[in-house]
Design a protein around this ligand. Structure first.
Ligand code: SF4
Ligand code: ZN
Length: 289
């Protein structure tokens, strides 16, 4: 987004400065806070974890092994090597151990694409980990293009509740750890350059299950728009955040949130959260054969 010819050291300082400015502007967290970074093995989350550590924050990585063939094992090795190389603790959990099924098994049993469960499970287990260690904030490596993709999809379908909740930071509420996206104004090209300069080895392969992901198609279209008219995505996203400040979103009815009767995770459903409902459905399907 910034076409500045910078040498290695200046690029790194510039990258750190912009992250620190986002953290401070949106009051994401402070130096005394315990920060969990959800790492996937990709460039964005690893760049974020190292940048935060270099900025002096206390960082713990969290990796959920989804059990995706030809994907999760490489990603797991990558995050473990990253943690060792840069002295960042990384907690690894396996979906199969904590949930009972891998993502592929869930998809096969439910006869639905893996992507339709993936986000829900990741959010649930990363929040559960953050709460278990009493972390102050949970950070994800969503970049400007990721945020613009989500915004664009939500606008296309006028998902008011999601538009209301889309912000670079979400406060702690009813069983959910505070969430922050310090890369919300950073591009993926910039995280790739940062990884190169800092010697971060990352996984540069798309998820083997991504071919059916709708968000990927939306993102490719947005990238096309950006190529045709550079700066479009930055204007789209920043314009949305400043527009939001002018709107009285309190007029939107927020759905009632209550703790799941099984696990305590906050849910808008009647009794059980989506993960507990998924677990029940899976065991019913398995016992039916
Ligand atoms: Fe999950 Fe789908 Fe993304 Fe793969 S492409 S990580 S299955 S959401
Ligand atoms: Zn539950």
């Amino acid at each position: 987004m910034y076409n500045l010819p910078l040498c290695r050291d200046h690029f790194i300082s510039f990258f750190h400065k912009r992250i620190r400015e986002t953290i401070e502007k949106y009051k994401m967290f402070g130096l005394e806070d315990k920060v969990v970074v959800a790492v996937s093995g990709g460039k964005d989350s690893l760049a974020l974890a190292l940048a935060l550590k270099d900025l002096g924050y206390s960082v713990i990585g969290y990796f959920l092994d989804l059990g995706i063939p030809e994907g999760s094992a490489f990603a797991r090795e990558t995050v473990i090597r990253f943690g060792e190389k840069f002295s960042i603790p990384v907690h690894v959990e396996e979906l199969r151990s904590v949930f009972g099924y891998s993502l592929v098994q869930i998809s096969e049993i439910m006869r639905r694409p893996a992507c339709s469960f993936c986000g829900t499970l990741k959010r649930y287990y990363m929040n559960r980990f953050a709460r278990s260690i009493e972390a102050d904030v949970l950070c994800t490596g969503h970049t400007m293009f990721d945020e613009a993709t989500v915004l664009f999809s939500n606008v296309l379908q006028w998902k008011e509740e999601y538009l209301f909740r889309q912000l670079p930071v979400l406060p702690e509420e009813q069983g959910l750890t505070k969430k922050a996206k310090p890369l919300a104004f950073i591009t993926e090209r910039e995280t790739a350059i940062y990884c190169f300069f800092k010697g971060i080895d990352y996984l540069d392969l798309p998820c083997p299950l991504s071919s059916g992901a709708k968000s990927r198609r939306v993102k490719l279209r947005l990238l096309q728009l950006e190529e045709d008219s550079p700066g479009t995505i930055n204007r789209f996203l920043k314009g949305f955040y400043s527009f939001k400040k002018k709107i009285n979103f309190s007029s939107f009815n927020k759905e009632d949130i209550q703790p799941c009767r099984e696990c305590g995770y906050p849910t808008t459903a009647d009794r059980f959260c989506s993960v507990c409902r998924m677990k029940r459905k899976l065991s019913e399907n398995v016992s039916r054969g």
